[in-house]
Design a protein around this ligand. Structure first.
Ligand code: AMP
Length: 464
């Protein structure tokens, strides 16, 4: 997953983009980058591995002069963790410097890339978004708007992206609208960001969210709506609300905090834990859910687990053995909240089960009399092809184990998940959702790898 930022018509645009990237750090921690374009159209790029705070120094920001900038934070879902795969890309285009920052995952990138390579294209990275740059460069359309559009219409899957060509910024969201994107006003300039929380930090006010298929051009403080991309069946990623986006953001027209609270209420309504003494979250992504559970059930909310904020997400650690140990680095139980009590533990999702198993062990060691584990989403049974870094099907515990088997593995007294319908009720019926990782209903045809072919219910191509 990734975070993207665009800034236009704001002095010291790179510093504003830097602030925006800070607010989008949760969307990607592997690398960060900014391209800035000065008033005569010269572009400079700085990108580096690591967190935003590590990737930039005062000196590197000083070099990025200009009033136009685009920025990116990356967590790889396609392509490996190397600097060549960090974004934004910056290339020389006939119409001036062209840069691109992409959030999402293109499902036909391999096919397009093979064709481009056969036609002589030279790729510098292994990231799917690079095909867009090549497609723009090879387009025969008469205008730059047309060339960008031409490229966007050839790629399939998920993209919420910003592209700068010279001093113009284009922003687009694929027609299924998997990933969020919002435009804001900052003085006489404009900004674009993956989530509204970034606008708050940049000091911008929301103009509007980009809707599925929106394709806009930003120049001289003005937004020009270009003809929309060809319509597809809308499928907003429900996992953005469940886990990924920040609770202080509004995405897809919904307050993330509000939805998470409602998911917690849904859990309390449909999956109660009668007789429990206390409810607490696995911080931080399920804090609002535990609050909702408490409000609905009347069970007292407390802080049963304390999270160390200076540790990266345990999920990211690629070595299984290290991941288990890292749980202890990241969380510690509060004994006086837990000791002798029947506790309800709320988490947003269960992926591999390793973090949760470690947590349950700690909660029991802290003296819990009973542990009732509640999940604010259904079992995850398949990988995401649209940008969320879920592991392979084999590693997803719910792809091969029943709820009862998972309960035994975790060692809890009861384990209950929201059903698909309960989760969608909580997320709201105003949107149409992608829930492929829970249901196996993939909204696009996906290029299958051997691992993915083993998914019990093969991806379903929904006719347009
Ligand atoms: P586990 O117990 O190992 O299945 O890990 C579950 C935890 O991973 C939950 O607390 C989730 O908040 C978190 N999680 C879910 N999806 C992701 C993801 N794509 N990246 C990182 N963490 C995730």
């Amino acid at each position: 997953m990734c975070g993207v930022i665009g800034v236009s018509g704001v002095s010291d645009a790179a510093r504003v983009a830097y602030l925006g990237l800070y607010a989008l750090q949760h969307r990607g921690q592997e690398s960060a980058g900014i391209v800035a374009v000065d008033p005569v159209g010269r572009a400079k790029l700085h990108r580096a591995m690591g967190l935003v705070s590590d990737a930039f120094t005062e000196a590197s920001l000083k070099e990025l002069t200009g009033d136009v900038a685009i920025g990116h934070t990356r967590y790889s879902t396609a392509g490996s963790t190397v600097l060549a795969n960090a974004q934004p890309y910056l290339v020389n285009y006939h119409a001036g410097p062209l840069s691109l920052a992409h959030n999402g995952n293109l499902t036909n990138a391999n096919e397009l890339r093979d064709k481009l390579v056969r036609d002589g294209a030279l790729f510098v990275s292994t990231v799917d978004g690079e095909v867009i740059v090549h497609l723009i460069a090879r387009s025969k359309a008469a205008t730059i708007d047309g060339q960008v559009r031409d490229a966007l219409e050839q790629v399939d899957g998920a993209y919420s992206l910003v592209i700068s060509v010279g001093r113009t910024i284009y922003a687009a969201v694929d027609s299924r609208g998997f990933r969020p994107m919002v435009i804001g006003r900052l003085g006489s300039g404009l900004v674009v960001a993956s989530e509204s929380c970034a606008l708050d930090l940049m000091g911008a006010t929301v103009v509007r969210e980009l809707l599925p298929g929106d394709f806009v051009k930003i120049d001289d403080g003005k937004i020009l709506d270009l003809p929309r991309l060809a319509p597809r069946r809308v499928s907003r990623c429900v996992f953005e609300l469940v886990y990924f986006s920040r609770p202080d953001s509004t995405i897809f027209g919904e307050s993330v905090n509000h939805v998470r609270r409602e998911l917690g209420r849904q859990l309390a309504r449909h999956h109660p834990a009668p007789g429990a003494d206390v409810v607490f979250s696995v911080p931080d992504s399920s804090n609002a859910m535990a609050l909702g559970y408490s409000e609905e059930s009347g069970i007292k909310l407390d802080h049963g687990l304390i999270r160390n904020h200076y540790v990266g997400r345990t999920f990211i650690n690629p070595v299984q053995a290290l991941r288990v140990q890292k749980v202890k680095i990241k969380f510690n139980p509060v004994r006086d909240v837990i000791n002798g009590r029947s506790v309800v533990v709320i988490d947003d999702s269960l992926v591999r089960g390793t973090t949760s198993k470690g947590l349950v062990g700690m909660i029991k060691e802290a003296g819990a009399r009973e542990v009732h584990f509640r999940l604010a989403s259904p079992p995850i049974t398949g990988p995401c092809h649209y940008g969320i870094a879920t592991p392979t099907r084999e590693e997803l515990i719910a792809s091969s184990h029943s709820v009862e088997e998972i309960r035994q593995y975790l060692g809890v007294d009861t384990l209950e998940y929201l059903t698909l319908g309960e989760m969608i009720d909580g997320a709201g019926r105003r949107n149409e959702w992608c829930h492929a990782c829970f249901s196996g209903d993939y909204p696009t045809p996906v290029q299958l790898t051997l691992g993915q072919l083993r998914h019990s219910s093969p991806p379903v191509a929904i006719p347009l």
